[in-house]
Design a protein around this ligand. Structure first.
Ligand code: ADP
Ligand code: MG
Length: 236
């Protein structure tokens, strides 16, 4: 569904992405993990067309994304930090998103309901807690029923109940054959979700393994333990 081929992106002297290649298929839930500053968000932004790589290319459903921005309507994106017009109320923000998009699409308002956002429709964005803003971002990511979901640190700031609601939603969409790409620092949040792990460090892809292979290789069922073991074995 998405192919990234030899992606390199430099900010000044810093190589944020260094020759990164991967293939992402439908029905996968891929965890993109790695330390702060390892290039996860930059890679996501390249896929979204928000950052243009210096070299390499990305295809979405077989088409090079360069100069073809319409593929983005098929991606639901939950940013690490969602920014919205301060003075707009939640309801207005959601209405605005629907107005901008083709409203003939069948909307998926599961998360609006599950997070009880209706009750908060009149609240202005600037008055919201970080967690509530995250809920709005999550609801928008799923709203237009996209075939790809890209979620950047989705559970950061969410209360445990909301995080669980979001996890259930991710699993059900993955089971429908969608592709989910998710970054998180909280590895325990990813345990029941992911089918594959991509580990990044210093802009490089350190490993890219299916969860079953990872578990087999390490003998660990927990993602955090399995990764710790791989890291121990790869360190000189
Ligand atoms: P991660 O999401 O893994 O924490 P990022 O992709 O956000 O990492 O950042 C990777 C590196 O690129 C970091 O060192 C960051 O400071 C740098 N970087 C990201 N975006 C920019 C930018 N627009 N300008 C300059 N440096 C950037
Ligand atoms: Mg990031």
């Amino acid at each position: 569904m998405i192919i990234a081929s030899n992606i390199t992106k430099q900010f000044g002297k810093l190589k944020a992405l260094d020759n990164v290649s991967t293939i992402c298929n439908k029905g996968e839930c891929i965890a993109l993990i790695g330390p702060n500053g390892s290039g996860k968000t930059t890679l996501i932004k390249c896929i979204l067309g928000m950052v243009v790589p210096d070299s390499g290319f990305i295809t979405f459903k077989g088409h090079n994304i360069l100069h073809h921005y319409t593929y983005r309507t098929d991606i639901g994106y939950m940013p690490q930090i969602g920014r919205y017009p301060d003075n707009m109320a939640i309801g207005q923000v959601l209405d605005m998103m629907k107005d901008i998009r083709d409203t003939t699409a069948i909307l998926d308002e599961d998360l609006v309901t599950a997070f009880s956002l209706q009750k908060l429709f009149n609240k202005r964005m600037r008055t919201l807690s970080g967690g509530t803003t995250q809920k709005v971002s999550a609801a928008i990511a799923f709203l237009f029923n996209p075939s790809v979901l890209i979620l950047d640190e989705p559970t950061a700031g969410l209360d445990p109940i909301a995080a669980e609601v979001l996890k259930e939603k991710i699993i059900s969409e993955k089971d429908k054959g969608k592709l989910v790409l998710i970054t998180s620092h909280i590895l325990s949040d990813l345990d029941d979700l992911v089918t594959r792990v991509i580990y990044m460090q210093d802009g490089k892809l350190l490993f890219n393994k299916s969860i079953s292979v990872l578990r087999e290789d390490t003998g660990e069922s927990k993602l955090s333990k399995a990764i710790a073991r791989v890291m121990k074995n790869t360190m000189p």
